[in-house]
Design a protein around this ligand. Sequence first.
Ligand SMILES: NC(=O)c1ccc[n+]([C@@H]2O[C@H](COP(=O)([O-])OP(=O)(O)OC[C@H]3O[C@@H](n4cnc5c(N)ncnc54)[C@H](OP(=O)(O)O)[C@@H]3O)[C@@H](O)[C@H]2O)c1
Length: 248
Amino acid sequence: MSASRRFRVLVLGGSTEAFDLAEQLAGDTEVEAITAMAGVTRERRAVPGHVRIGGFGGPEGLAAWLGAERIDAVVDSTHPFARQMTANAAQAATTAKVPIIHVLRPPWVAQAGDDWREVDDMAAAAAAVPASPCFLTVGRTELAPFATRTDVAFVARVIDRPDPAPDFTYVEARGPFVLADELALLERHGIRSIVTKNSGGRAAEAKLVAARQLGLPVVMVRRPAPPAGATVPGAAAALGWIRGLKHA
Ligand SMILES: NC(=O)c1ccc[n+]([C@@H]2O[C@H](COP(=O)([O-])OP(=O)(O)OC[C@H]3O[C@@H](n4cnc5c(N)ncnc54)[C@H](OP(=O)(O)O)[C@@H]3O)[C@@H](O)[C@H]2O)c1
């Protein structure tokens, strides 16, 4: 690498950690970060630095892009439930011979007072909903299995309302969420159960504290299997990995 060329890092985004990394690398004189976003939500949070919107065309497309853009390292900082992109990134990095790290924040862990019913997927989550009305926070693309529960009234929180939309009540909002607002929302809708994915992290954790305080059951969808490659728990560790590679 020439002395003047910055170390080029592709950050696969869509998470708080990717945003934090972009913020920490904005204006860095040694490292140039390009944050890639799928472009699935209508209104995106403004990410500092270079941003690329849209898919790469599978692992082959991504491998070709890494080579063409002379990327030195990949940070897969997608959401813990973005299974496809994580698998694609691992495969593409191997093909293109580019080092990769996966950012995997710790999952939430049930605490004293929690009433969690853990399940493996959305179909099992829909079957397990114990009481109506139910607050659904699984993302707008995962709502279909719940429409089969015609005995349950659902209040679904989504960033963008889906189209077509199951006959639910919708709350359009983007985190982070705070406890007082979560308590107010649950009480306003008379919520008696919650379904969520085990995303982990702080931004969406308040609903679990609210559920604990109100004694509500939570159907918790377990995480998919973690990636086989190396992982770090957050943006600071990913930054350390980048700097280590840069100076190796
Ligand atoms: N799944 C969740 O619960 C969840 C929650 C919050 C945020 N997100 C974020 O939303 C995005 C989509 O999630 P998903 O679960 O639908 O993904 P996914 O199923 O793992 O990926 C589907 C396809 O979307 C494209 N893609 C995904 N992430 C991308 C990225 N960061 N940059 C460019 N292309 C990307 C890829 O298309 P190509 O094959 O064409 O490259 C990928 O094959 C991700 O960035 C994820 O971090 C997901």
